[in-house]
Ligand binder design. Structure first.
Ligand code: EPZ
Length: 418
């Protein structure tokens, strides 16, 4: 096991390269098994534990998987296993995409119920509603989701809540169904669009991804393709927020600025400067920020996945900030850790009231989940003294080489074996 040791109070300067999007990659890799012909070559894959987990699941299902630096080739032509039941499946949330992908290809699947960050109840009722509407029988037995269908038939599905996972999963299932499926009240996140683009590159007929309605015209088969995953909106947002909090000037490269608009707008409101330049954004700050109110919302609203990093920054911003977490009911576990460092935060249900203090001071803290881990790194970077961050296996699930990227920006941060 490792921990991070951060010595704070250093402004950040330089350039940082953003990796491929975790939440796109963990859906695109399972979707690749839907091809019964050809090999897929997927590039811009982030070097993170969640991707390693998916790679092992793909192998356990009988795919041939070859990893080279940031690309993966997947040959799923000979696979015939529709049971995903390894420890890796139970460990991560995104393993639920194997339900939709296997159902689509084999018209049956057995997938152990997914795990993931402990940030709320995380139901999959909308995924199940979609599969059933397409004609599948769904049951949950001994901790596994079992789906089967004689055939899947396109239909109209109106989701009760806007869900990234349900939108993608049902889109996967509908891709090889008979006829047309219309999905309404869908998620519009950049990774939803990326998965639709990937499926279309394999031969699918999907229109409307990125709007409220997705129309999937079923096709008979898919074949492998070459594809490059979009940059990670959340990793980029994390470095933007860190720069605003620490002060300095950092250019964040390999991003799609459009995907970052809600984060840029908030940082500007707080007093930082954000300049878009093609496929990069530059953030400048003197580290003295104003309080703001933040409400997390589905895209294009402010992303829940950077709420925790943002809340750290608000701890040292002037005045009172109110954070409303509207997506997950339990995404303030990092608050107790921030309090150990001197933060003044009061949590009432889904709302956190943050009263800015002059400084945070280093302490031993833990990453309670992935984005809480990023929040702790930022806390360490802005705090006086030394911060030790435990539980960094959570961070490794979703942030490639976080300590190296921050080190290149001038931070004093190192990883040590415990
Ligand atoms: C995805 O989770 C992301 N994970 C999450 O990122 C992210 O926080 C979330 O979308 C929202 O943007 C992956 O992409 C692997 P949802 P997902 O279904 O798909 C409710 C990170 O840090 N809901 O959009 O599981 C649910 O309870 C992770 O990278 C239902 O009620 O989230 C929540 O309140 C953490 N029924 C809301 O919808 C369902 O069937 C949004 O959840 C499904 C969801």
């Amino acid at each position: 096991m490792d921990k991070l040791i951060v010595k704070g109070k250093k402004p950040l300067h330089g350039n940082v390269e953003i990796s491929g999007a975790k939440n796109a990659a963990v859906a695109i890799l399972p979707a690749a098994i839907m091809a019964n012909k050809g090999i897929s070559n997927i590039e811009n894959i982030p070097e993170i534990e969640d991707v390693h987990c998916i790679e092992r699941i793909l192998k356990s299902l009988g795919c041939r998987v070859k990893k080279q630096k940031n690309s993966i080739t997947i040959d799923s032509t000979a696979m015939n296993n529709f049971v995903a039941d390894t420890d890796d499946v139970r460990k991560m949330r995104a393993s639920y995409y194997f339900i939709g992908a296997l159902l689509s290809r084999f018209k049956k699947a057995r997938v152990e119920l997914p795990g993931g960050c402990p940030i709320g109840v995380r139901p999959i009722d909308q995924h199940i509603k979609g599969f059933e509407a397409l004609g599948a029988e769904v049951s949950i037995e001994h901790g596994a989701v079992i789906v089967k269908a004689n055939k899947l038939i396109g239909t109209n599905i109106f989701f009760d809540v806007v869900s990234v996972g349900a939108t993608i999963n049902v889109m996967l299932a509908a891709t090889l169904a008979e006829g047309v499926t219309v999905l309404e009240n869908v998620a519009k996140e950049p990774h939803v669009v990326d998965v639709a683009n990937f499926l279309n590159s394999m031969g699918a007929d999907i229109k409307g991804a990125g709007t409220d309605i997705i129309r999937v015209k079923g096709v008979k088969e898919l074949k492998g393709c070459s594809y490059s995953v979009i940059p990670d909106q959340i990793e980029a947002g994390t470095y933007m927020i860190a720069t605003a909090a620490c002060g300095g000037q950092v250019t964040i490269n390999n991003v799609i600025p459009k995907h970052l608009e809600s984060i840029s707008a908030k940082l500007i409101e707080m007093g930082a400067t954000v300049i878009e330049n093609g496929d990069s954004v530059t953030v400048k700050s003197n580290g003295k920020l104003k309080s703001v109110n933040v409400k997390t919302l589905p895209y294009p609203g402010f992303p829940t996945d950077v709420q925790q990093p943002m809340s750290t920054t608000l701890c040292v911003s002037k005045g009172r900030s109110i954070i409303n977490e509207s997506i997950w009911e339990n995404r303030f576990k990092h608050v107790d850790e921030l309090k150990k460092m001197g933060a003044h935060i009061k949590v009432e249900g889904r709302t956190a009231i943050v009263d800015g203090v002059d400084k945070l001071t280093g302490a031993v803290v833990k990453a309670t989940d992935l984005r809480a881990g990023a929040a702790m790194v930022i806390a360490g970077l802005i705090a006086e003294g030394t911060t030790e961050i435990l539980g960094i296996e959570h961070i490794d699930r979703g942030y490639p080489h976080i300590e190296n990227k921050f080190k290149c920006l001038g931070a004093d941060i190192k990883r040590v074996r415990i």
